[in-house]
Write a protein that binds this ligand. Structure first.
Ligand code: OGA
Ligand code: NI
Length: 374
């Protein structure tokens, strides 16, 4: 950045609503622009702190093409054939932990508008975004980079915006004000995604042998977060990861991944690409569903790789319990053959561990396992 640009950015920050209440000096915000990948220059070369240690690199030639996650048609979910769709979902939860859904009811035009406004958000000048930046996970609406920049050993090739969506009227006023149509479009999209998540929760409750309201009750007030992940193109995809291997912490994740591939799931010791299907959503279960199902449903590890041609945007909606919800294996999933694998805990306790460390593969749940003495 040339020094002549600095006053322009300082000026821009003065009009940013979040700076008004901030005590941070303007220099801090200029530092933020430096931290972002989406600032027009950080993605032009791979800096040292983004280089993944040798053993953890993506190894594209080892990616398996012999399996793809199931595609489930939700057209008949609310009709007389419900039971057979629920069974398909059950099988996918048990065997795959990941599936794609089509005929899900979210209007295609709205999906496109959401993707377009997300792109616009990350393509506006960085100073129009940087005022939303925070490294602190307690900040509910925030723009950040990598995963947990204060803990990550190497940085992920990603910036992201995260925002709570439920209850919408409690949070929407803190969402980005730019682009001008952002709140209207993202608000409408969030409502549709909540409706879809509620339908999936009912079906998954039934797949667990519970009444359809089970997850709705367990999730208490519910927690609905929407992220926009932005992965700029990367000059050397072999050295970087868009997002490190992890399992999602919450209940059910519903991802719009656009048409640029990058998502991979871990299956039988190999990484498998999730090829985009136009207008489908990718659904996966988070750690809380693994505990509630007593390990019968899987919260699968996944990651995103980068590419050197096209920026990729994905929009995950994370739907799950509110922090005060109590999570323990459902009675219907525990019997003599399947003794309880996890102790009960408040979701807040799990999230405390989640944010205290770097993003990593499935290790958090180990701390919640019941010692069997074997
Ligand atoms: C996530 C995630 C994958 C993707 O945000 O938790 O796994 O394709 N994203 O962006
Ligand atoms: Ni994830």
């Amino acid at each position: 950045m040339s020094s002549t640009e600095i006053p322009v950015q300082a000026e821009a920050f003065r009009y940013c609503p979040y700076v008004v209440s901030s005590t941070a000096p303007v220099e801090t915000h200029l530092d933020v622009v430096e931290k972002l990948l989406s600032n027009g220059f950080n993605h032009l070369q791979v800096k040292e702190n983004y280089i993944v240690p040798l053993k953890e690199r993506p190894q594209m030639d080892e990616v398996s093409h012999s399996y793809s996650i199931p595609v489930i048609d939700l057209k008949n979910l609310d009709g007389p054939a419900r039971k057979s769709v629920v069974n398909e979902i059950k099988r996918a939860c048990e065997e795959d932990g990941f599936f794609q859904i089509v005929n899900h009811g979210v209007p295609e035009a709205l999906m496109k508008r959401m993707m377009d406004v997300a792109k616009e958000f990350f393509e506006m000048p960085p100073e129009d975004r940087a005022c939303l930046y925070s490294d602190d996970p307690r900040q509910l609406v925030r723009l950040s980079t990598s995963f947990n920049i204060t803990k990550d050993k190497f940085l992920n090739w990603m910036d992201y915006l995260t925002q709570p969506c439920h209850p919408l009227e409690e949070y929407i006023h803190a969402w980005p004000q730019k682009p001008a149509a952002y709140r209207e479009i993202a608000g409408e999209y969030a409502k549709e995604l909540r409706a879809l998540a509620l339908r999936l929760m009912a079906a998954i409750s039934e797949a667990m042998g519970q009444d359809s309201d089970y997850l709705n009750r367990v999730f208490k007030k519910h927690r609905h977060l929407m992220n926009i992940n932005y992965y700029p193109s990367c000059p050397n995809p072999d050295l970087t990861l868009g997002i490190s291997p992890h399992s999602d912490p919450g209940g059910i994740s519903v991802l719009m991944q656009g048409l640029v591939s990058g998502l991979q799931v871990h299956r039988d010791g190999k990484w498998v690409a999730v090829e985009p299907i136009s207008n489908a959503f990718v659904v996966n279960l988070g750690d809380q569903l693994q505990v509630l199902s007593n390990g019968r449903f899987q919260s699968i590890e996944h990651r995103a790789i980068t590419n050197n041609t096209t920026a990729r945007i994905s929009i995950p909606s994370f739907y799950g319990p509110s922090l005060d919800a109590f999570i323990s294996p459902a009675e219907s999933m525990v019997d003599e053959e399947h003794p309880a694998l996890y102790r009960g805990y408040r979701f807040e306790e799990y999230m405390g561990v989640f944010w205290s460390q770097e993003l990593r593969s499935k290790s958090i749940l180990d701390g919640f396992k019941i010692e069997t003495g074997q």
